[in-house]
Design a protein around this ligand. Structure first.
Ligand code: PGA
Length: 264
């Protein structure tokens, strides 16, 4: 598989969001060594693994995993310009040139702590696609919105605005993640039926905008408190294309266990 190509041909996708962790070189090296050793111990049939690491570790991870054809690298955010006077930001070109193929956009922690709007996200998606990087777009409702029956309208608004500049031809380059905000970092998960409903809503909204052919090929994952214990209920049972894993991706063993379960 050509690792420069962001298109993952595998049936399932498992993404690790390492968040702001691996705070020194020792932790980083331990993680990489464990991951590479454990990779041989799990039977992962047909799943692409994407590790979204802190920006400062991207180049090193890309070098260390260059020979592992099933492991892709990415980061957890980026800006929409490619260079210039934007203090503190990193660009899609930088990510690409340092070995990244994927970037998470619209994560609820970015929306909540950094005020990221759907409009910002739409610009990031446009820039990423232009740089030939796959956006991993997170959408999902907060607790109050779920209990007041607003899940559909929240997903509709998020998708409508975030996909403003995306053409039908580019849809397959985006990985969608249904990530209910209340399930992130909480150990509370929706039922398999609720996840399946959300997937159907996303598919329906994409169909309205892009037509059946393109929408039916879209990759839709689940994210929020995924572990080896919950993986079957949140991914296999509702027929999702994979998962986005936060906390449990900090343990290579747990992460690879999840990948094994969902790739069966
Ligand atoms: P969690 O995080 O698995 O720790 O709930 C998921 C995420 O933030 O993407």
């Amino acid at each position: 598989m050509n690792k420069k190509n962001h298109q993952i041909s595998s049936r399932k996708v498992v993404i690790g969001n390492l968040k702001m962790n691996l705070v020194n070189v020792e932790e980083r090296e331990r993680y990489i060594k464990n991951f590479q050793r454990e990779l041989q111990n799990y039977f992962i049939k047909d799943a692409g693994l994407i590790l979204c690491v802190p920006d400062v570790h991207l180049e090193h991870f890309a070098t260390e995993f260059s020979k592992h054809s099933s492991v892709f690298l990415g980061v957890q955010n980026c800006f929409w310009e490619n260079s210039g006077a934007y203090t503190g930001e990193i660009s899609p070109e930088m990510v690409k040139n340092l070995g990244g193929t994927h970037v998470i956009v619209g994560h609820s922690e970015r929306r909540r702590y950094f005020g990221e709007s759907n409009r910002d996200i739409s610009k990031k998606i446009y820039a990423l696609l232009k740089a030939n990087i796959s956006p991993v777009l997170c959408v999902g409702e907060i607790q109050e919105e779920r209990v007041t029956g607003m899940t559909f309208s929240v997903l509709a608004d998020q998708l409508q605005e975030c996909l403003e500049y995306v053409s039908a031809a580019n849809l397959e380059k985006i990985i969608f993640v249904y990530e209910p905000v209340w399930a992130v970092g909480s150990d509370r998960i929706p039922s398999s039926n609720e996840i399946m409903e959300a997937k159907l809503i996303i598919r329906k909204l994409l169909t309205e905008k892009y037509g059946t052919k393109h929408a039916s090929a879209a990759t839709i994952l689940y994210g929020g408190s995924v572990s080896p214990v919950t993986a079957k209920a949140v991914c296999v049972d509702p027929g999702m294309d994979g998962v986005l894993v936060g906390r449990e991706s900090l343990s290579p063993i747990q992460f690879l266990k999840i990948a094994e379960i969902i790739s069966k």
